[in-house]
Design a protein around this ligand. Sequence first.
Ligand code: ZN
Length: 112
Amino acid sequence: MEMDAEGYKNALSGLTDLPYISSEMLEEFHKAKGITDIKCHRCGNEGWFVYSSPEVGGNGIPAAKNESRVDVDLFTPVIMLSCSNCGTIWMMALAAVMQWLKTTRYAEMMKD
Ligand SMILES: [Zn+2]
């Protein structure tokens, strides 16, 4: 199926149903997963902006259907951070974070 403008819009609107992930949640996630080095790999800065809000919970990156077609009709929900110094983007699959959050005190917030 070709992706027209309407389909693109619909795909994006579905993303607004994703839950709000706070920076505190992300911090706990990183600790739980043993990620201790949160320095930007470009500039070494440790400050990050989180692109998530209660209104729009997540972002999505386009995913090609297969190797021969690059039509975009799938989106991989991601949590996006940007280095507060140099702007380098750091993305994580939202699914991985949500899966972990469901095992924590935030589980109630993760219900559909
Ligand atoms: Zn940086």
